[in-house]
Ligand binder design. Structure first.
Ligand SMILES: [Zn+2]
Length: 255
């Protein structure tokens, strides 16, 4: 691919992300270029990939050219840089690493989001606050048999740590109860009340992506959320669906 063609593709990807969300990140550009599969992005965020460049489908020289084009474009467009924290959705919430080298300049360039100057200062601050918030922990409902790296046991759910997959008991998450997706109001209330929570996902082979199964929350938070059912919370009216099955059951193993 010629340099001019690459430049055009980078700018197109960046413009598309900016139009959609009013800011654009290096990660958005990589996804837009088709160099980073959403599944690989999910796995990196889950702490299952040591650094992002490992799963980017482009050579390092091409990648650094693209990043240079992106920064130049952002400067030309008058976008406002905003450094954003990226932490893993793991129990230790460690900072995510982007580059092979881990060099601080490169890491910072990846972390910088470019925000539309058309957003008011207040909106930009809200956006930065929202993006800087640590993401929900993610717990995986595995498709295959697996072994806990810490206790050599297994279980219906696992969470990735830097040592590898760990069971919920070893991760000190086994006091949480499972609330399956389907009742948006109940989920929102339980999520708000629970100090510790984790999103449960499972990989769909047919759709080739991780799909949300439900939420792990503290049992007290779930009880409280169940007590404040709609009627008392009018925002939940209309989204309330009948509870399916026992919300405390863990998701079944796939057959
Ligand atoms: Zn264990």
């Amino acid at each position: 691919m010629g340099g001019a063609a690459l430049e055009q593709r980078v700018e197109r990807a960046a413009e598309a992300a900016l139009a959609k969300q009013r800011y654009v990140s290096a990660v958005d550009v990589l996804v837009g270029l088709g160099w980073l599969a959403p599944t690989h992005l999910d796995e990196w965020r889950q702490g299952r990939v040591p650094y992002l460049e490992r799963v980017v489908q482009a050579s390092l020289p091409k990648l650094s050219t693209a990043m240079r084009v992106f920064r130049r474009w952002a400067g030309r467009r008058g976008l406002v840089p905003s450094e954003t924290g990226y932490v893993a959705r793991t129990r230790d919430r460690r900072p995510l690493r982007f580059s092979v080298s881990g060099a601080s300049e490169i890491e910072r360039a990846y972390r910088t989001h470019w925000v539309s100057p058309e957003l008011s200062v207040a909106k930009r601050e809200r956006l930065a606050e929202r993006q800087g918030r640590p993401p929900d922990l993610v717990v995986i409902s595995p498709l295959k048999d697996w072994t806990c790296t810490t206790c050599s046991g297994t279980g219906d759910l696992l969470i990735m740590q830097d040592v590898g997959p760990v069971c919920l008991r070893c991760a000190a998450l086994d006091h949480l109860v499972f609330l399956p997706s389907g009742d948006a109001g109940l989920t929102r209330r339980a999520h708000r009340t629970s100090e510790l929570s984790a999103v449960v996902v499972r990989f769909s082979r047919s759709r080739k992506r991780y799909e949300r199964q439900g939420l792990l929350v503290e049992s007290a938070a779930l009880a409280q959320a169940e007590q404040s059912r709609p009627g008392t919370d009018e925002r939940a009216v209309g989204v309330h669906a009948p509870a399916r099955g026992d919300p405390r059951a863990t998701p079944g193993r796939p057959s």
